[in-house]
Design a protein around this ligand. Structure first.
Ligand SMILES: Nc1ncnc2c1ncn2[C@@H]1O[C@H](COP(=O)(O)OP(=O)(O)OP(=O)(O)O)[C@@H](O)[C@H]1O
Ligand SMILES: CC(=O)C(=O)O
Ligand SMILES: [K+]
Ligand SMILES: [Mg+2]
Length: 577
């Protein structure tokens, strides 16, 4: 073929592929400046004449590549970049947001709006819907990340073994009146059976006449008046509602009947869901109804052998056993969720706020990210504004320094998902600012974190780094990190400035998404720290995001091959020239 014909053929196929963002990505992922789509096209265009249709297609390709390149050079996601431009370093939101994805927010457009609103992690609750449905959602999110420059991590949440209502004869709620008599059974009933509730198998094991079944931690209460086989005949003592999948707990003499249901933390279905999560490359698995550290370690070990990419395991604290073994569970996990929905079924509601604070503090002490979940803006499942009490609750979680806040039904089934996200965003930004001022003015030292971690050198370096960053009022902290270790140690101290975590590991980037105050950025890093620093500062400068005189504090956990001692680690303060 002649030169021109080869070029023509190349250009034609490029034109077709230009509309395919996948090619753009692969061009970029080579990070090879010689394979620059625009230059290639420009070079070829001058020599050839093409139809306007082909020209237009090429232009789409160029724009797509430039859009992606503009973020990828610095690994910035479009949301963090926009926030930095708009609000400056100190205005960046520190508290992360997790949104449960459900039928009300699963279209491409809905997901994009949530991502634009600041969703850091999308949660898929495997209790609901089909694996196929979840698969579609995960792929949509990954596509959005790739094509539109977002950085949304994916979490699946296991169903776990819990006693709940399977069928109460209605797709919505059913009222239980005082003194009405109900049959609780594990048998599946065909046809209409008023006053009958199907629960899952084994629900009545160890339950006696006189015990009190409680629905959703107090939505309605009953008394067992007769036990026939495995069925319970019950009288309603406190009227209320059965919601779909309502949770069931049993009380005796004012105390929760603690039962070993004989059910494993992970059921056969959960393991199948975990396999699904591995094959779809999720970033987090939230494990429901954890009762000891062994089950967490078991899953972690399993994932380390079965999954090519690291998947973080989050243990959900939602029953009495997990509270009793809190420290060992926190230590064994990669992070924690305060699952207040089920927790409120097992402990008196008035204990939730203090238990939440204890869990958050233990997590910070042991350097694990922590999510506060359930009912944060519950009224927004129905209404477009939250109650004042809900805003106060969200603000309290932010003041307590939770890493992340989670929406459940507010995003999954409510019509006001984006509004709920913006309420979280605004309430957290406001409280972050307030706490910072409050800490500064009253010189209140933040809760002292004791020396508690195995890597004491890195811990002390990060403690000192944050103290310096705060005292010197630097504009940002830059940390260069392989697995996110130093980034999380810095986050743990909750510094005033934001933490820009530069990593060349995509899994690290996605995992850091959950951590307080960390903006994870994907960049090529070398063994040469000086080069890494000047490269990233130059890139940020090129984008006009820093100005002369801004200062950044720099730390790193990257150890060049020729250095063997951790004493290499040091703290630098750079003023932008
Ligand atoms: N994928 C989904 N498909 C349909 N409905 C969903 C989905 N995800 C969530 N929902 C709905 O949103 C509500 C709240 O969601 P969420 O999963 O957070 O609560 P939950 O079921 O109480 O959580 P958990 O079972 O983990 O304690 C659920 O009751 C359910 O009705
Ligand atoms: C989130 C969850 O599982 C709960 O609150 O129970
Ligand atoms: K769940
Ligand atoms: Mg739960």
């Amino acid at each position: 073929m002649s030169d021109t014909r080869i070029q023509l053929a190349m250009l034609d196929s490029m034109a077709v592929a230009a509309t395919d963002a996948f090619l753009c990505r692969s061009l970029i992922s080579t990070r090879n400046p010689s394979i620059n789509f625009k230059n290639q096209v420009r070079k070829l265009k001058v020599k050839s004449k093409f139809s306007s249709k082909v020209q237009a297609q090429l232009q789409v390709g160029i724009e797509k590549q430039e859009h992606i390149l503009s973020g990828l050079n610095l690994g910035f996601d479009v949301v963090s970049e926009g926030e930095l431009r708009e609000k400056g370093f100190m205005g960046m939101r520190k508290t992360k947001m997790v949104c449960t994805i459900g039928p009300a927010c699963c279209s491409d457009q809905d997901l994009e709006k949530l991502a634009l609103g600041g969703m850091n992690v999308a949660r898929l609750n495997m209790c609901h819907n089909t694996r196929d449905w979840h698969c579609h959602v995960i792929r949509k999110i990954k596509r959005l990340n790739h094509e539109k420059g977002f950085c949304v991590s994916v979490m699946i949440d296991t169903e776990g073994s819990q006693i709940h209502v399977v069928d109460h004869g209605s797709p919505s709620s059913v009222k239980a009146e005082v003194d009405s008599i109900w049959l609780f059974t594990a048998e599946k009933l065909e046809g209409s059976h008023p006053f009958t509730v199907q629960a899952n198998k084994g629900f009545s094991e160890g339950i006696e006449v006189g015990d009190e079944p409680v629905i959703d931690g107090g939505m309605a209460s009953f008394e067992v008046i007769e036990k026939v086989g495995n069925d319970l005949r019950c009288k309603c003592t406190d009227p209320g509602l059965f919601l779909p999948r309502a949770k069931l707990s049993f009380w005796r003499n004012g105390k929760l009947v603690e039962r070993n249901y004989g059910l494993p933390t992970l059921s056969t279905k959960d393991w199948a869901d975990i396999e699904f999560g591995i094959s779809e490359g999720v970033d987090f698995i939230a494990m429901s109804f954890v009762s000891n550290a062994d089950s967490v370690r078991h899953l972690t070990n399993y994932l380390s052998t079965k999954s090519a990419k690291p998947i973080k395991v989050l243990a959900k604290i939602e029953n009495m056993e997990s509270l009793q073994k809190l420290e060992e569970i926190v230590e064994s996990s990669d992070g924690i969720m305060v699952a207040r929905g089920d927790l409120g079924v097992e402990i008196p509601l008035e204990q939730i706020p203090t238990v939440q604070e204890v869990i958050i503090n233990v997590c910070r002490q042991l350097n694990k990210p922590v999510i506060v979940a359930s009912q944060l803006l519950e009224s927004m499942v129905e209404y477009p504004t939250p109650t004042r009490a809900e805003v106060a609750d969200v603000s309290e979680a932010v003041r307590q320094y939770a890493d992340a806040l989670m929406l459940s039904g507010e995003s999954a089934i409510g019509p006001y998902a984006q509004k709920a996200v913006s309420v979280l965003r605004m309430a957290s930004s406001r409280m972050e600012l307030w706490s910072r001022e409050e800490n500064r003015q009253s010189a209140l030292s933040q809760r002292q974190l004791g020396v508690s971690l195995s890597d004491r050198i890195a811990e002390q370096i990060c403690n000192s780094a944050v103290k310096m960053a705060n005292n010197l009022s630097v504009d940002a902290i830059f940390v260069y990190t392989k697995h996110g270790h130093m980034a999380s140690l810095l986050s743990r101290i909750r510094p005033y400035p934001p933490i820009f975590a530069f990593t060349n590991d995509d899994s690290t980037r996605m995992a850091l998404n959950l951590q307080w105050g960390v903006i994870p950025l994907l960049v090529d890093l070398s063994d040469d720290m000086e080069a890494n620093i000047s490269k990233t500062i130059d890139l940020i400068k090129t984008k006009g995001m820093v100005k002369q005189g801004d200062s950044v504090l720099v730390v790193s956990d990257l150890t060049p091959a020729h250095v063997t001692s951790t004493a290499f680690q040091s703290i630098l303060v750079k003023t932008i020239a």
